[in-house]
Design a protein around this ligand. Structure first.
Ligand SMILES: [Zn+2]
Length: 444
């Protein structure tokens, strides 16, 4: 058994009472087994002195594309459909096993360094096994799946798949990876969006997700042009169509949901669908601003995600939290989205979306030890006297303030040093890989 004792920390628990306490955290193997002042267990393997440090639950990002991390800076200043057709699909079509692997490690390195401990990840059509290998070795908690696209205009040849192949490959990956490392890795069916998928595929995904009890992760109502296409093809709006196919339920995670009408909001609320809000991506792709204050008022499950590196261009939850709060204020007033609400979306809200609110998302005895230790003793985070710690985290802190990250009881970054990913290998390999993909896709 490995035991870690974190001593003398300011602990932002995000428990039911949202308590912020000063004390110690005992971690035994993968779980938090005690929280309190002056814990003095007989024997510990490691003591972390967290005096003047703030411990928070690890962030849960509910919409990420690790396979796109290599495309950072390659899709700037475009709208969604152009961004997909001109840049992202040709680059995804050019991926090989090695490039998928290093794209994932590059992204996970950034995520761990900025305090994210759980992700919901959408890969590309091929080579997803190599993303899972990177997830497995890095120690991050993830729900991931190969993207499914058996239909669509201007889709490169290498991304076109037959319905049966798409389903079979998804099930093969699920059977190999779902439940890996005591459930640290889970599979999620990942149809890209309605435009990319036949009705047959989506109906089959619905029954497979029920059969295996796994999540379905897709995009919806991100862009007005997208909605027009969906309406022309199906006669329905996105969420109405997904509901019509039986997909709208508590296993569905929908990224974006910017342009919902009243009926769609009602469906999302009644069926318990989870919304992943991606403010950075939504602004950069000029998609729009989701009505998150209204959704939260309706008690819709809303969490946060950075989306992919080429539409953000960071995978940094501090950035997303800040944007999620600020973008609502000019429209709905200064109190429309406060720091506490945003921090909740980034932690326990994300845990709710992935169906793990009893396991992660807060610092409580019995929960998995997924947490980040912040050093908020700095010019940009002071004064600290009489300032709400959550205000300091959401409005002042940056990812550079994350000092140590623990996932599933394992220290994956300590004092800014990555323990599971070798930066000196991953950075040059990322450059080599993107060079290869640009050549193959004729984008350079
Ligand atoms: Zn996305």
């Amino acid at each position: 058994m490995t035991t870690i004792l974190i001593k003398n920390a300011e602990i932002v628990t995000m428990n039911r009472k949202s308590e912020i306490i000063t004390g110690d955290i005992l971690i035994e193997n993968d779980r938090i087994t005690a929280i309190g002042p002056d814990l003095d267990p007989a024997q510990v393997d490691k003591i972390i002195d967290a005096t003047n440090r703030t411990v928070i639950p690890g962030f849960v990002q509910t919409h990420i594309h690790l396979c796109q991390t290599l495309f950072r800076g390659k899709g700037d200043d475009l709208e969604l459909m152009d961004w997909l057709k001109k840049r992202i699909w040709p680059l995804e079509a050019s991926h090989d096993e090695e490039s998928i692997y290093y794209s994932a490690l590059l992204g996970i390195g950034e995520l761990i360094q900025s305090g994210t401990t759980t992700i919901v990840d959408m890969e590309t059509v091929h080579h997803t096994d190599f993303a899972f290998q990177a997830i497995a070795s890095s120690g991050i908690r993830a729900l991931s799946g190969k993207v499914m696209m058996d239909k669509g205009d201007e889709v490169p040849y290498a991304l076109r798949e037959k319905t049966a192949d798409s389903l079979q490959q998804s099930v093969d990956l699920l059977e190999k990876w779902h439940g890996y490392d005591d459930g640290r890795i889970q599979y999620a069916f990942s149809p890209r969006f309605v435009i990319s998928c036949t009705e047959e595929l989506l109906r089959e995904v619905r029954s497979l997700s029920e059969q295996y009890q796994v999540k379905v992760h897709t995009h919806a109502s991100e862009n007005l042009g997208e909605i027009e296409i969906v309406q022309a093809e199906t006669g329905m709006r996105n969420v109405v169509y997904l509901d019509h196919l039986g997909l709208a339920n508590e296993r569905l995670i929908l990224a974006h949901c910017i342009w919902l009408d009243e009926e769609e909001k009602r469906i999302i609320h009644e069926r318990g669908v989870h919304v992943s809000h991606c403010p950075g991506s939504n602004l950069k792709l000029a998609s729009g601003i989701a009505e998150t204050p209204e959704m939260l008022k309706m008690d819709i499950s809303v969490s946060l995600g950075a989306d992919g590196a080429p539409c953000n261009n960071n995978l940094d939850m501090f950035n997303e939290m800040r944007l999620a709060a600020l973008i609502q204020k000019p429209i709905h007033g200064p109190t429309a989205m406060n720091a506490q609400t945003v921090f909740r979306m980034a932690t326990i809200g994300g845990a709710r979306a992935v169906g793990m609110e009893k396991e992660i998302g807060s610092i409580e005895v019995g929960k998995k030890a997924d947490l980040a230790i912040l050093d908020l003793v700095n010019f940009h985070t002071y004064p600290s006297f009489d300032v709400d710690p959550i205000s300091r985290i959401v409005y002042s802190a940056t990812r550079a303030d994350v000092e140590t990250t623990i996932i599933n009881g394992r220290i994956v970054m300590e004092n800014r040093i990555m323990r599971t990913i070798d930066k000196d290998i991953v950075l040059p390999e990322a450059n080599r890989s993107i060079q290869r993909l640009l050549k193959r896709s004729n984008l350079r």
